[in-house]
Structures are given as C-alpha cells and as structure tokens.
Design a protein around this ligand. Structure first.
Ligand code: AHR
Length: 495
C-alpha cells in the first residue's frame, strides 16, 4: 500500500521560521567544557573555542542557540562568568552537582556564536535570583554605555552592545527538581514582574515564559493557564520541552514519538488561546519548543550519582538510525506547526544528548541525528505547504494505530522540498500529487537509512551512517513517486 499526499501552493502553513533550527548549549557534562570550549585543543583558537565544533555547527545549519541552561541556569550567577578569566570564581553547580570553573561565560559564548553565525536565546535565573539580576544582565548585554553594567561590559572589552533579542524567563520552573522551583502562581507573578523590568531596559526584546517541562507532569495544561493569566500581556512565547525515550518493548511507539510532540504543541496552543479568550486579548503567543530530542532516560539513566566533577561524561547518548528517523519526524512536526511554533532548540549541541560528539584533545564527529537536522535546516526554505496525506498505519502500544508516514513540504520559488519519514519496518512507496505546482523536471532523493537500523557513528567509525543518494524517484504525469526505505528519513526535491 502506498502513502499519498497532495501538495498545492494555495494551501500553506506559513513561512519557514529560521529559528526552528535552534540548538542548546548548557553548562552540563561536556557540552561546554571539552565540547565547544577546550583551550589547548589542537583546533582551538585564541579564545579556546574548538574550530572543529564550530565547523560542524555551521554545517548543521544551527540558527539559534539557547544558553546557559537548562537546570544549570537556576543556580547560576552570570557575573561569575564575565571579566578577566583569572578573577572568576569556581562555584558549585547544584543542578548537576558539577564543579563550575566559569572559564566560559557570556563573552565566550557570544564570541563562539559570532563564529557559528547564530543568534542567542538567553535564559535568566529565576530560581535563586529574580527581577534585579535579570535587569542587570540585560543592561550589561544590551545597553549602549554610561551606566554601571553597560560600562562593565565595555571595561571587559566589548564596546558594542550584544543586542540579544530573545530571553527565557527561567527554566522548567514547574519541575520539582528545579533549584528555586515555584508554584504556577508564584512563577506567573515573577515572570510578569521580571518581564516588566526587562522591557523597561530594552523594549525591543522578545520574552519566553516557562511552560511545562514535559507533557506527563501532572500540572501540564493547568501550569500554562495559571502562568499566562499572570503574564500573558508581557510575553511573546510560552515554552515546551520534551524528550523521547526508546523504551524497551515499544519500538513502534518510540518511532511514533512525533505523535506526542504534535499533541503537546496543540495542547499548549489551545491553553494559550484559552487564556487569550478569557482576557479578551487578540494577541496570539507562539510556542518556543526550546528543549527537544531523543533521550533514552530509561536505558541510559538520569542524572543520579553525579559527584562534584568538572565536565563529567554524562548522558553521552549514542544515536542509531532509528534515532535519526525519530529526530527527522520531530523536525517535520515542528515545520508543520510553523504558524504557531516560532522557536525550537534541539537539546543539546555537543556530547550531552547531542548531534556532535567530541573527545578531549581528540576528534569531533557527527552522530546519526546530525544528518536529518542538517538536511532540514539547509533545505526547508520559503513557505511550508499544508500536507494532506493518507498512509498505511502501524500499531503502537503508546498511541494506538499511527500513520507510517510523517511528511512536510516547503516551497521556495520553484524548488519543492519534501521531508518524509517512514517509521514502519517495510519500504513505503510515496506518491505525491503535485497539483498546481510548477512542473518539476529534475528530482533528487537523499535518505538516511541502513539495513541495520541500530547502526551508529562512533569515534572509530565516524562515517558509518551518512545520507545517501537513492535512484528511482520519478515524476510522471504530475505525480512524484519515490520509495522510502524502512525506518528512514528522506529528502525528496523537485525543481
Ligand atoms: O537538557 C538536559 C536538561 O533537561 C535541562 O537542563 C533541563 O531543562 C531538562 O530537564
């Protein structure tokens, strides 16, 4: 049985939002230290930034990077990470029970971002800190000069303001694990007051309120409603986070993880719009899905047993081909909601549940999940078309029967790009009715697929899994036809 979809340029979701291809650098494990930053590494520049990781991040097409956490931010004092390196204090990071040297801070991050050519998504500490420190950090970062904090930035050698646009008002403040966690009402008030002060410093900023830290937490939905009743008018985004787990015994459910992401996006939007209706507001918030990825917590364990090490090896998950298909399906889901999801950050960038792996003093390489991200970031351009698909279904424990196909399409000028995941175990013939689209003559099909869906990239075999060109896709009488390999991510393009 084939999967079929109809594409018509008259029906679109909206423009491709470039901020959907965001990533996340947290002071956690080896994401910063020996990940993006390693003075003395053979590829390190004068600032200690690993050029090999910069090159891979560019190749991945990362457009925005959230920083410095994550749970880390809720106990972080940003002043510790600016100014002369020799004067910076070593502190206890309570989130991950790590030793934080503060050798890397805001200045190093912004220097790194400049090299990567991406925009910052900066989080403030609303766990152990509050309105005053958020105001000070924004003044340090964005105010031109002549005041205490802006002059300190200049003294630190940065004359021009950073002009950071997007700011997260804390992180996962609903989580019982969060240092300085809050009730929804406490956080809603704090978010309102912090936003008010920050907007006085710089009215041009965009603000993200914390939504729930996942969909399974009992307060999902009611948290967003209460928080937004307090701060709706002050914020532009409400965040969503989710990690998808390869739970043993339900492989089909794991491959169908995008079902859950879609439900979460729809639930958060419905809740935000409900608050808008109650407030009589015509303003519409967007979702910032600023932590998402495959993280097999059930297989690899959580954060227990951490004991005051600097840059420990934690949750360095190795991804296989199935993981790449899941990541591809999550990217497709984000694209299909580009009208209401304005920011998305894959968590994290290097080593910690990450598309890029490194060894201290050694190489950096691309995990399998690097490839669907890089292909989508490079080719999702122009407008997202509405995808009307029918497909054979497959049974899952978690979600019942789900379609084997997940697909999104973008159109820029006459270049059509179809992103498609076959999450089933059989080859899936795909037929696309190109109604109303400019006649495509050339066609290409690239896939991330292997006979062994457990194949991975490792330090010894870093190119085991790479995108491959497939022959056989055709255009025939206004129909585009291709066969999607079992458990695969695909990019089919016509021009
Ligand atoms: O990305 C790892 C952690 O997951 C983040 O610090 C936290 O926000 C989330 O729970």
């Amino acid at each position: 049985e084939s999967a079929k979809l109809t594409l018509d340029p008259a029906f679109e979701v909206g423009p491709v939002e470039r901020r959907l291809f965001g990533s996340f650098v947290e002071h956690m494990g080896r994401c910063v230290y020996t990940g993006v930053f390693e003075p003395g590494h053979p590829t390190a520049d004068d600032d200690g930034l690993r050029r090999d990781v910069i090159e891979l991040t560019r190749e991945m097409g990362v457009t925005a990077v959230r920083y410095p956490g994550g749970n880390f931010v809720s106990n972080y004092e940003w002043e510790d990470g600016v100014g002369p390196a020799a004067d910076r204090p070593t502190r206890l990071d309570l989130a991950w029970r790590q030793i934080e040297t503060n050798a890397f801070g805001l200045g190093e991050f912004m220097a790194w971002l400049r090299e990567v050519r991406a925009e910052p998504v900066m989080a403030v500490n609303l766990g152990t800190r509050g309105v005053g420190e958020a105001r000070d950090l924004l003044e340090y970062a964005n105010y031109p000069g002549g005041t205490r904090w802006s002059d300190l930035r200049i003294k630190h050698g940065v004359r021009d303001p950073y002009g950071i646009k997007v700011w997260c008002l804390g992180n996962e403040m609903d989580g019982p694990w969060q240092i300085g966690g809050k009730t929804a009402a406490e956080y809603g008030r704090l978010a309102f007051e912090t936003a008010k002060a920050m907007r006085r410093v710089d009215p041009s900023i965009e603000l993200v309120a914390c939504g729930s830290s996942n969909m399974r937490i009992p307060t999902f939905g009611s948290w967003e409603a209460t928080v937004l009743e307090h701060c709706y008018d002050q914020v532009d985004y409400i965040s969503a986070h989710s990690y998808y787990d390869a739970v043993a015994g339900d492989r089909a459910g794991y491959l169908a993880s995008a079902v859950e992401m879609e439900r979460q996006i729809e639930g958060v939007i419905a809740t935000a719009d409900h608050v808008a209706a109650k407030l009589g507001s015509r303003k519409r918030l967007k979702v910032s899905f600023d932590e998402w990825n495959v993280w097999s917590q059930s297989l690899f364990g959580g954060e227990s047993g951490l004991d005051w090490a600097h840059a420990p090896r934690i949750i360095e998950e190795e991804y296989d081909v199935a993981g790449a298909a899941v990541v591809g399906s999550l990217l497709i889901t984000l694209l299909n909601h580009a009208d209401r999801v304005g920011i998305a950050c894959q968590a994290q960038l290097a080593n910690v549940i990450a598309p890029i792996r490194t060894e201290p003093g050694g190489p950096a390489w691309r995990q399998t999940i690097f490839h669907p991200f890089a292909l989508t970031a490079a080719h999702a351009r122009g407008r997202v078309l509405r995808v009307q698909a029918t497909a054979p279904t497959m049974p899952t424990e978690r979600y019942g029967e789900v379609p084997a196909l997940v697909a999104a399409a973008t159109l820029e000028d006459d270049r059509l790009s179809v992103f498609a995941v076959n999450r089933g175990d059989q080859p899936l013939p795909l037929e696309i009715d190109l109604r109303g689209l400019p006649r495509a003559t050339a066609i290409s099909h690239v896939t991330v697929a292997e006979d062994d869906t457990a194949a991975r990239n490792t330090e010894r075999d870093p190119r085991r899994v790479e995108p491959r060109v497939l022959d056989g896709a055709v255009i025939d009488g206004g129909q585009l036809k291709a066969v999607l390999p079992p458990v695969s991510f695909n990019l089919v393009q016509g021009k």
